[in-house]
Design a protein around this ligand. Structure first.
Ligand code: DQQ
Length: 608
């Protein structure tokens, strides 16, 4: 059998094709030599053979198959000029050298080694601008996507989740966030970075923290927070895997966060505690001491907030659980088995522990635990749902914005399947800024930040009057996509008022917003909001505040809908209509003559 010289075989490798993926990396070969039939394929990376179960192949236009399926019984044909993508599952870094061995029916064993580093450094000169160009063109495509928000913060493209490290520092509010720069699905978590001086207009900054090979955060820099010390801000975060508490020191005006060489500061959960998780540190100061909460869950009991104490911010003593949920209690609502992103803040004469509870793999929501805190003890008074959209407002984090206000932001995940996210090229947004406060009666309130007024553009309509069973168009004849509408209603004991977001009242794609006085609920139904099967609709309900009037503020931003009821309760949901350029608001009521006052709508401008 003729043998093919290695220098020729090396040409099969597509230069610069090694790309990092959320769960490993991939590279491409292109057969430019002769058609062959492969009966076995093996790859070694930096001299280490890759398990066949971690290696997948995909011929252009064909399905991906595991390398283990390639055998003399089921060989794979490699036609000429048809790129073959090899995908390697790996938790490590990109290889410097790849050796490919393919047994073929026509020419026997083909074996060749490619030196990625040397190719890369040469190709790197061209790769970086090419990557930047690809990034810019993806960002342009994302910005044109009618489902993409314009006045909610997002990265230019790809995946974001939790807000992290919020801090007011030197006149700016800094936002860090969980970010996957490599794609629109969760994975390879970095800390993205942005600033705003007014909570509303944003500037994106370069990535601040990146997972590092052979370090505690090699598998991701997960959630954490900032704390202001006499020496400036410090950042505590979760490094994985295993989950550990780590410290990062800022540089260059917070543009870079450098993990401390002392990491991990807390290498494991408290001994003897059987936990469901151990992550998301949050630090605050009390006199000469520093305290930290860590999110966790105690097996068989429920979600837990673990308390630590330190005098130097480096050495931490476990003080015990600050609050533990009860898996058996279902009232007023279940609090789940694992609590993420806990944060303790003082609000008026109360203390609030904000957390994100995992009830089951399909159900998560954020909760505020209202109570009193003294001498390392928290006395719970009540659990409150922070938002009535379930997981649609998750892992919120608040901060003092330098004006004596607690501002809270949450992560707004998508409600559609991964395939739709891949197609869109982006996933996740930050909620609007919400101001937390306590009412005179001790009720928790959340109002949209007044700074949002600065985004208001043209007023699109103003209406006060009675509604009837026949829906009437309330918005002018201009389709709405990025807008805010508000209205006032008197509370009643019966009947309902309905707003329908659709092209026409009969249109098949419609979102129904119902104020149901009989059941005393605001109900938002998105089950028919989209004809795209990949969009997951839902019915979300929020109790009406027990006051004699209702003020509803609604923010529609592409696929995001955020509702504020009497600046007290909130409900966040998502909608992905396929017909995006013909949305109007129609109003109707179950009984003739139900009055709505001051229905007004404004166009909202972009936050960029
Ligand atoms: N997201 C982070 C975790 C956190 C979770 C990982 C909450 O640190 O517990 O991206 O959404």
């Amino acid at each position: 059998m003729p043998s093919v010289p290695e220098f020729l075989l090396r040409k099969l490798y597509v230069p610069g094709s090694v790309k990092s993926q959320a769960d490993g990396y991939e590279f491409q070969l292109n057969n430019t030599l002769l058609p062959v039939t492969v009966t076995s394929l093996a790859v070694s990376a930096d001299g280490n053979p890759i398990a066949l179960t971690d290696l997948f192949l995909q011929l252009s236009g064909k399905n991906k198959i595991p390398a283990a399926f390639v055998s003399t019984i089921s060989p794979i044909g490699l036609p000429l000029n048809t790129p073959l993508t090899l995908r390697v599952l790996s938790g490590g870094s990109l290889p410097r050298q790849l050796t490919i061995e393919a047994e073929t029916q026509e020419v026997g064993l083909l074996r060749f080694t490619i030196n990625i580093k040397s190719k890369k450094s040469l190709a790197g000169l061209f790769n970086r601008p090419a990557r930047a160009l690809r990034g810019a063109s993806l960002a342009r495509r994302v910005a044109r996507d009618p489902h993409h928000p314009i006045f909610h913060f997002t990265p230019p493209a790809n995946w974001m989740n939790d807000p992290n490290g919020l801090i007011h520092w030197q006149g700016q509010n800094h936002l860090f966030y969980q970010y996957n720069p490599t794609g629109p699905l969760w994975g390879s978590i970095h800390w993205g970075h942005a600033v705003t001086s007014d909570l509303v207009h944003w500037k994106r900054l370069p990535v601040a923290m990146t997972p590092r090979r052979n370090k505690p955060d090699a598998d991701g820099c997960w959630s954490g927070t900032a704390v202001l010390t006499p020496d400036g801000p410090l950042f505590f975060y979760t490094a994985v895997f295993p989950e550990t508490v780590c410290l990062a020191l800022p540089d260059d005006g917070l543009r870079k966060l450098h993990p401390s060489p002392r990491n991990p500061l807390i290498a494991a959960p408290p001994p003897g505690l059987e936990v469901e998780g151990f992550r998301d540190p949050c630090v605050w100061q009390e006199g000469p001491r520093w305290y930290m909460t860590v999110g966790s869950g105690i097996k068989g009991k429920g979600g837990a907030v673990l308390l630590y104490r330190s005098i130097d911010l480096l050495h931490w003593d476990y003080r015990g659980p600050l609050l533990v949920g009860d898996l058996k209690k279902k009232k007023p609502f279940p609090t789940g088995y694992m609590w993420e992103c806990p944060q303790l803040i003082r609000l008026g004469d109360k203390v609030l522990i904000i957390l994100s509870a995992i009830i089951s793999p399909d159900e998560q929501y954020s909760i505020a635990c209202l109570g009193q805190y003294q001498n390392e003890h928290f006395k719970l008074e009540k659990y409150i749902k922070l938002d009535h959209g379930g997981r649609n407002f998750y892992s919120p984090l608040s901060f003092d914005d330098g004006k004596g206000r607690w501002v809270i932001f949450g992560w707004l995940p998508e409600e559609r399947e991964d395939a739709a996210l891949q197609e869109a090229g982006w996933a996740g947004a930050l909620s609007l800024p919400r101001i937390l406060s306590l009412s005179k009666g001790g009720e928790l309130r959340m109002a949209p930040a007044p700074e949002l007024e600065s985004l208001k553009g043209r007023e699109l309509c103003a209406y006060s009057g009675k509604l009837s069973k026949l829906p009437v168009r309330l918005s002018d004849d201009i389709p709405i996509r990025n807008a805010c509408f508000t209205t006032k209603l008197k509370s009643r004991k019966n009947g309902n008022v309905e707003f329908c977001l659709a092209a026409s009242p009969e249109a098949p794609e419609r979102t129904l917003i119902t104020i149901d006085f009989k059941q005393q609920l605001l109900r938002v139904n998105t089950t028919s909001a989209s004809l795209d099967q990949r969009a997951k609709g839902s019915v979300r309900e929020c109790p009406l505040p027990g006051e004699n009037y209702l003020e509803l503020k609604t923010f529609l931003d592409g696929s995001i809908l955020e509702f504020f009821l009497n600046d007290q309760m909130t409900l966040t949901t998502r909608l992905y209509p396929t017909q995006t350029d013909d949305l109007h608001v129609f109003g109707s009521s179950s009984q003739i003559g139900m009055q709505i006052d001051d229905f007004r709508m404004w166009e909202l401008h972009s936050c960029w």
